[in-house]
Design a protein around this ligand. Structure first.
Ligand SMILES: *Cc1c(COP(=O)(O)O)cnc(C)c1O
Length: 302
């Protein structure tokens, strides 16, 4: 939800960059706020929004925008692709933001799934990020809070924007004002639940839970690869991003998967035009169902 609220503290004519495919909330909240132009049916994109393709061709690493943008949404480990950026990859974005007075809106919702070395757990591991980055951290995926809703946002006092007259404004001050005006806070019982995730027992339970999902992700990745699919993500992430067979759209694959082996997933094209030809599966199921589904896919004559 914070992702939807943060747009309040930016000017309406700020230019937004998102990856394509993307977690739809970043795009839709800005469209609702009036920050986009018209929708182009044919291209499946909005005018005035900068789309940064992330596909197998560029190894799921977005390239810097060719024009100056003001707000850059980055989410790593990524939803939907399950891919990550290294510290060096992220440094390029921090440097761009510094040079262009842009703000990076960094979503670390899946940080707890990181297992590889040199993958930053927070953007503040990158030098200079404290001057240009706002970070979101939701409890939804770390601690299974999806229905309960609790999250926090980090806005260092060094992150500044500029008024039309060139005056410096701290985003921290704007956010404080915005929150005190429009939000009454997360309920006490939910705050206590969030607090409990930092106790030894809480940490242990969360780790076990995440390990359970990560094992599901390994099972899905291995099974799909054995079935001949190209598979991305699934390592530092609960998401498995697969390439659908040639000449098939994401939705065609969705239909076949549902009708022929009774498995539901998410068509990549729903996350943006460059998600076309891909498909997202998640590890957030039971072990039993995960194994059953993968067996069906392996025996599937697609
Ligand atoms: C699920 C998810 C969230 C969680 O958002 P909440 O509103 O806190 O539940 C945030 N970012 C991404 C990319 C997600 O997939």
């Amino acid at each position: 939800m914070i992702h939807g609220n943060i747009v309040d503290i930016f000017a309406i004519d700020n230019k937004v960059a998102i990856t394509d495919p993307v977690y739809p909330v970043y795009l839709d909240t800005n469209v609702m706020a009036g920050r986009s132009g018209k929708y182009n049916e044919k291209k499946g994109t909005y005018e005035n929004i900068v789309y940064l393709p992330v596909t197998a061709e560029n190894n799921f690493k977005p390239e810097l925008p060719k024009e100056k943008v003001d707000m850059i949404y980055l989410c790593f480990p990524n939803n939907p692709t399950g891919t990550v950026l290294t510290k060096e990859d992220l440094k390029v974005w921090v440097d761009y933001a510094k040079q262009n007075n842009s703000i990076i809106l960094y979503d670390a919702a899946y940080e707890a799934f990181i297992e590889e070395e040199n993958i930053p757990h927070t953007i503040y591991e990158v030098e200079g990020a404290k001057d240009v980055a706002i970070e979101f951290k939701s409890y939804s995926k770390t601690a299974g809070f999806t229905g309960v809703r609790c999250a926090y946002v980090v806005i260092p006092k060094t992150v500044k924007g500029y008024t039309k007259n060139g005056e410096e404004v701290k985003f921290n001050t704007l956010w404080n004002r915005r929150t005190c005006t429009k939000f009454n806070g997360v309920s006490y019982i939910v705050q206590r639940a969030a607090e409990a995730t930092y106790t030894n027992e809480g940490k242990k339970q969360i780790e076990e839970n995440i390990e359970y999902y990560k094992e599901n992700a390994r099972i899905i990745k291995k099974g799909l690869e054995e079935a001949g699919f190209s598979v991305y993500g699934a390592v530092n992430s609960p998401y498995i991003w697969l390439k659908v067979p040639e000449q098939m759209t994401s939705w065609k694959f969705f239909d076949k998967l549902l009708e022929e082996v009774n498995i539901v997933g998410t068509p990549g094209s729903g996350f943006g035009p460059h998600g076309e030809g891909y498909f997202r599966l998640t590890a957030f199921g039971t072990r039993e169902n995960t194994i059953k589904a993968i067996e069906r896919i392996k025996n599937w004559n697609i």
